[in-house]
Design a protein around this ligand. Structure first.
Ligand SMILES: C[C@@](O)(CCO)CC(=O)[O-]
Length: 306
């Protein structure tokens, strides 16, 4: 019997604060970006299991190692369905890859959900999250679960590895300017860089603990709608993240422009080594002005009221 084609639309995320320290059990805050999404479509094929993305077309199990997380997802779902029929999986839509927008978690989640529906498996939410998180572990070496939790939520996520995601209903009353440096980040490399420093230095461990505390202070400022303090905490977090060697020249240049043009605070978001940066601004006009002044350094930008 021919199975019905199945699709799932999953959105991206940005981490507001707590990247890296979240991997070691500290708190973090992240939000979904519904403007950026990827649609995963699963359908029957006579050939080998096939993958169709903007970057790769071909048999999935011949794809390069950076698709290993997806290979695991597809194999796991086919095993769960006891299926020997092959599928063709197509990804459409756009979330810039390796920028901190959670594209790897988005495609992993989309694939689990679309295949769950395709095979009528009715997996529980925790099974779906476990498979998505395991794919993230394969992709990043060590993953907190924050990305997977945020791409599967339609609300602001307060997250801790032990407790999982909690909904934060508050608003800061500020404008976020999210800018894409156009530089590819590399989460796996960034997470490894931090881990090596933690293995070797007490000072590095203290810095990670401070980052974790900043996330809690940021949450408190957010709830109080204290955007000035939130901005200052952003700057403090950026300083610590940069001290691990995770910022780039371009990130530093964007920080100078943002702070000289009225941003309340600035930090990169996600693993670092490139990717996206966020400026907290008092209002849209300031955000637009910073984006205009940064235009020669960025490939794109988004303005979000939070
Ligand atoms: C760097 C990191 O904290 C965020 C990557 O988007 C890694 C993780 O939480 O798994």
């Amino acid at each position: 019997m021919v199975k019905m084609k199945s699709s799932f639309l999953a959105h991206g995320k940005v981490i507001l604060i707590g990247e890296h320290s979240v991997v070691y059990g500290y708190d973090a805050l992240a939000m979904p970006i519904t403007a950026l999404h990827i649609k995963t479509t699963v359908e029957e094929t006579d050939g080998p299991v096939y993958m169709n993305t903007a970057h790769y077309h071909g048999p999935l199990f011949d794809a390069p190692a950076n698709y290993d997380g997806l290979k695991y997802v597809v194999k796991t779902m086919m095993d769960k369905a006891s299926s020997t029929d092959n599928v063709k999986i197509t990804y459409t839509g756009e979330i810039p890859m390796e920028r901190g927008f959670g594209s790897s978690a988005t495609v992993a989640l989309g694939t689990v959900k679309a295949m769950d529906n395709y095979y009528k498996l009715n997996l529980s939410n925790s099974e779906i999250m476990d498979i998505t998180n395991h794919a993230e572990m394969i992709n990043h070496g060590k993953a907190s679960g924050l990305d997977a939790a945020t791409v599967s939520s339609d609300y602001l996520v307060f997250f801790n590895k032990e407790i999982g995601p909690q909904k934060l209903q508050a608003k800061l009353g500020a404008t976020l300017l999210i800018m894409d440096t156009g530089e590819l980040g590399n989460t796996k490399e960034a997470v490894t860089m931090v881990r090596h420093q933690l293995d070797e230095s007490v000072e590095a461990n203290k810095k990670i603990e401070r980052l974790g505390k900043l996330a809690d202070n940021f949450k408190a400022a957010w709830i109080k709608q204290d955007k000035k303090t939130a901005g200052k905490i952003f700057n403090d977090a950026e300083e610590i993240l940069a001290s691990f060697g995770l910022a780039t020249d371009k990130i530093d240049q964007l920080k100078t422009i943002a702070l000289a043009n009225g941003a309340l605070g600035f930090k990169f978001s996600g693993g670092g080594l490139g990717g996206i940066v966020i400026a907290i601004c008092d209002n849209r006009e300031i955000a637009q002005q910073i984006a205009d002044k940064s235009k020669d350094l960025i490939s794109n930008y988004w303005i979000e009221e939070v």
